[in-house]
Design a binder for this molecule. Sequence first.
Ligand SMILES: Nc1ncnc2c1ncn2[C@@H]1O[C@H](COP(=O)(O)OP(=O)(O)OP(=O)(O)O)[C@@H](O)[C@H]1O
Ligand SMILES: [Mg+2]
Length: 285
Amino acid sequence: MRDQAQSLRELARAAARAARRARVVTVTSGKGGVGKTNLSVNLGISLVRCGLRVVVVDADLGLGNVDIVLGIDPVRSLSDLLYGGCSVEDVLEPAPGGLKILSGGSGVYELASLTEAELQHLVHHIEQLDSLFDVMLLDTGAGIGPNVTSFALASDEVVVVTTTDPTSLADAYAVIKWISARRPDVSLNVAVNMAPDFREGEATFRRLDSAAKRFLGVKTNLLGVVPRDEAVVQAVKRQEPFVLASPNVAASRAVDAMARRLAGVPQPEATGFGGLIRRLLRLER
Ligand SMILES: Nc1ncnc2c1ncn2[C@@H]1O[C@H](COP(=O)(O)OP(=O)(O)OP(=O)(O)O)[C@@H](O)[C@H]1O
Ligand SMILES: [Mg+2]
């Protein structure tokens, strides 16, 4: 009897541990400059307002500007976790809106050349993040390159950002094609940014979704349409996240709605941070 009760307790604990794994969401795009970094940061802050613990990872190799959008100056990066003897808490930078930031820095390159022992050490540390966060948002660069797409391939969920511009749409389709051919199980969300209005944004999504369905056999979800908003441009200039600087403008309300949608969707089984790193390395080796 006692043994059975104990096994049940262990099972419950294991289930709780599994449920605690963070969702890993990669924000990417085909074309550059469509608003990935701004959406990652502001969506992150809105998710914090939904009661979630969020870390934004600047995974845009060498070009990331999560820090600029937030007006912060991170002192440590993933490299300090890999080689600097730092703990996970040490490399997390507090940011406005209750966000935490992890700068990838050159550590993202170094991942590929780690020894097995270094890798185990890293996975051990990274897994601690699962108890600290509910969501990890990875801000990546644009396009189909091994460095960008390996994050998307290693995640549970992807947000492909596009504008209503036909070239941006065509490039978003190419990214969806690339990812879905390699990870048919990944959850594909689309965010249409800088839309002249909601109808046009939604029409852009419908074009993308029907092409994806027809030619690739994959379903995408509309995460949201964010209008082109002068408040965003002004907030970027002031290095303030727009959802904090101008919470009531159309773009902020749209991002809040996206966060509520993302927080509310039934999530695929989260693999957590350790799973992300393991998948990344399997892809790169
Ligand atoms: N909703 C919006 N309304 C108006 N301007 C916007 C909006 N979203 C983004 N922008 C403008 O687009 C610029 C680029 O945004 P951001 O840096 O987030 O793009 P990105 O996709 O991360 O670029 P990169 O591909 O270089 O990483 C911002 O500096 C801002 O001026
Ligand atoms: Mg960017």
